[in-house]
Ligand binder design. Structure first.
Ligand code: G3P
Length: 496
C-alpha cells in the first residue's frame, strides 16, 4: 500500500511530507495541496504547500551537499545509484499504485514506468562511470602558428544544483531521467514534482533516501506552481533546469537567466503514410501511438497524414482496432482511462466541438463521462480546424488526407512544434528523404514516435524544446568542460 510499511515516514496524518536535508518534514505553511483522482474526481492524496523559505532551505542544503558529492569517487556515486535502482524496483507495486490513483495510468503501464526507471538509473550509473572517467589531451602545435609548448587536459565537472521539473504523465520516469544523470555527474538535485504525480515522486525520492545518499543531496518540494514556481526557476542557487511539460517551459526559458536548460515541451507528432506502406503495420502503430495512455504522451501520434489513394482503407482498419480498445478504470487496466484533469477534458472537448462545427467526419460518436473520453478518430480534417495544429493530449486523433508527400511534409513543418514524426513506406530511400525534410528532432521509420529506449538521444526542434535528452546527452548537459593547460618552456630552451 502507498504510504505504509517502507514508506510510513513520508506521510503525516493524511498529508505527504516534503524532503529536505535528508529528512521528511511538514511545511510551516500548515497548508496542503489536494491531488484529485482523475477517475473518482475526489481528493485522493494531499501534499505539503511549501513556502518560499522552505524552497530556500532545500536549495541551500543541496548546494552544501553538492560540494562534497562532487569529490566523491565516481564508482561510489555509481554504487549508490545501483542501490537506489534496486530499491525502486523492489517497491514497484506501491509506487505504481500512486500512478494509478493520481494520474489514472493503466495499472500495467504504471508498473512498467517504475521498472523502466530502475533500468534507467542503472544504465546511467554505468554510462557515467565510462564517459565521466574519460578526458581529452590536446597539444598546441596542431593549431597554426603554435609550437608544441602547451598541453591541454580536459575533464567534465558538475554544474552544481540541478532543478528537475517533470510532467504529470511520467512523474517517476521523467523525474528519474533528470535525477540519475545529475547525480552521477556530481550534481545535487532539487525536485519539484507535478501536482498530479507528486505522491508517486515522493515515494521514488524515498527509495533514494533508503539507498543512503548524503543528506541534502536530493531535495523535493511540493506546492502550488503559482507560489513557488517562479521562485524556484529564477532562484540564484539553481545552476541548471531540466524541465518536461507544456508551454510553461517557454516562460521558464525567458526567466531562467544564464544557466543551461534542458527542455521538452510537447509536440504535434505527425505520421505520414505513403501508398506503398505495410498498412497493417501502420494501423497497429497509429492506434498504439495515438491512444496509449489515452494520448497523453508528448510522443503520441497527434495527426495522421495519409495519401488519398489508401486513406479509406487505412481509416477503416484503424476504426476496427479503435472499436476493440477498452475504456474505463486504470485499476482494470483499460486502454483508455480518464484524462488527468477536468480542465484537460474540457480542452479536448473544445477541439472536438471546433472540428464538428467545421465538418470533420466523426468515425465514432463523441462520448464523455467526467474525465473519461472515449477514443475518437476524426477523418477529413482540414488545416482550418484547431485539431490539425493543437495537441489534444487526449484520445482524439485527426486524419488529414494528402495528395502529395510534399503536402504532408509542408503540414508537418508548418507546426510550431518539432518533436518527433514518423513515416510508413517500404521504400527506404523515400523514408530517408522524408526524414531529412521533416523539421523534427527525431523521425521514426515504420514505427510510431517514442522517446525510448532511454539511451537514445531525444530532442525537439522549435517550440518542442531546448537541448537533447537521453542518458549520455543528459550527463553532458549537466556537466561543463574544465581545462588545465600545462605551459612548457619555449622550444629554444628544450633539451636535445
Ligand atoms: O510525454 C513525455 C514523452 O517523453 C513521452 O515518452 O516514452 O511515452 O515516448 P514515451
Amino acid at each position: 500500500m502507498a504510504g505504509s510499511g517502507t514508506f510510513s515516514e513520508i506521510i503525516d496524518g493524511d498529508v505527504y511530507k516534503y524532503y529536505v536535508d535528508g529528512q521528511w518534514n511538514k511545511s510551516s505553511s500548515g497548508k496542503s495541496v489536494p491531488i484529485i483522482n482523475p477517475t473518482t474526481r475526489k481528493t485522493h492524496y494531499k501534499v505539503q504547500a511549501c513556502t518560499q523559505e522552505e524552497v530556500n532551505n532545500v536549495i541551500d542544503s543541496a548546494k552544501k551537499a553538492q560540494k562534497l558529492w562532487a569529490k566523491t569517487p565516481l564508482w561510489k556515486r555509481a554504487e549508490l545509484l545501483h542501490k537506489a535502482a534496486a530499491i525502486l524496483k523492489e517497491n514497484k507495486a506501491p509506487i505504481a499504485e500512486c500512478l494509478v490513483k493520481e494520474i489514472a495510468k493503466p495499472a500495467k503501464d504504471a508498473v512498467t514506468e517504475v521498472v523502466r526507471s530502475g533500468d534507467l538509473v542503472s544504465y546511467c550509473a554505468e554510462e557515467g562511470v565510462r564517459i565521466l572517467g574519460e578526458g581529452k589531451f590536446l597539444v598546441s602545435d596542431s593549431f597554426p602558428g603554435n609550437d608544441r609548448t602547451k598541453y591541454c587536459l580536459t575533464s567534465k565537472i558538475p554544474l552544481g544544483v540541478v532543478l528537475a521539473i517533470p510532467p504529470f504523465n511520467y512523474p517517476v520516469n521523467l523525474a528519474i531521467s533528470k535525477i540519475a544523470p545529475a547525480l552521477i555527474a556530481g550534481n545535487s538535485i532539487v525536485l519539484k514534482p507535478p501536482t498530479q504525480g507528486a505522491v508517486a515522486a515522493l515515494h521514488m525520492v524515498h527509495c533514494f533516501h533508503l539507498a543512503g545518499f548524503p543528506k541534502g543531496l536530493i531535495g523535493c518540494v511540493t506546492g502550488k506552481g503559482s507560489e513557488i514556481g517562479d521562485f524556484l526557476t529564477m532562484h540564484p542557487g539553481v545552476n541548471c533546469i531540466s524541465f518536461t511539460g507544456g508551454d510553461t517551459g517557454i516562460s521558464i526559458s525567458r526567466k531562467a537567466g544564464m544557466i543551461p536548460l534542458q527542455m521538452e515541451l510537447g509536440g504535434k507528432d505527425a505520421c505520414i503514410v505513403l501508398e506503398d506502406a505495410d498498412l497493417d503495420l501502420a494501423v497497429a502503430n497509429i492506434v498504439k501511438g495515438g491512444f496509449s495512455y489515452s494520448g497523453q504522451r508528448c510522443t503520441a501520434v497527434k495527426v495522421v497524414l495519409v495519401m488519398e489513394q489508401i486513406a479509406s482503407s487505412l481509416v477503416k482498419k484503424v476504426n476496427e482496432k479503435v472499436a476493440k480498445l477498452t475504456v474505463g478504470a486504470p485499476e482494470d487496466n483499460c486502454d483508455i482511462t480518464p484524462v488527468v484533469t477536468e480542465s484537460s477534458a474540457n480542452f479536448i472537448e473544445g477541439l472536438v466541438k471546433d472540428a464538428k462545427e467545421k465538418k470533420a467526419t466523426f468515425c465514432q460518436e463523441y462520448k464523455r463521462e467526467g474525465n473519461l473520453i472515449w477514443p475518437l478518430l476524426l477523418d477529413n480534417v482540414r488545416p482550418d480546424m484547431r485539431i490539425a495544429w493543437e495537441e489534444p493530449f487526449g484520445p482524439v486523433l485527426p486524419v488529414i488526407r494528402i495528395k502529395t508527400v510534399e503536402e504532408g511534409i509542408h503540414h508537418c513543418n508548418a507546426s510550431n512544434f518539432g518533436l518527433q514524426g514518423c513515416v510508413f513506406t517500404s521504400d527506404i530511400n523515400k523514408a530517408i528523404m522524408i526524414s531529412d525534410a521533416m523539421e523534427t528532432g527525431t523521425v521514426q521509420i515504420n514505427s510510431a514516435p517514442a522517446r525510448g529506449p532511454d539511451h537514445f538521444p531525444f530532442q525537439g526542434l522549435k517550440d518542442s524544446g531546448i537541448g537533447s535528452q537521453g542518458i549520455t546527452n543528459s550527463i553532458n548537459i549537466m556537466t561543463k568542460v574544465k581545462t588545465t593547460v600545462i605551459n612548457l618552456p619555449a622550444p629554444s630552451y628544450t633539451m636535445g
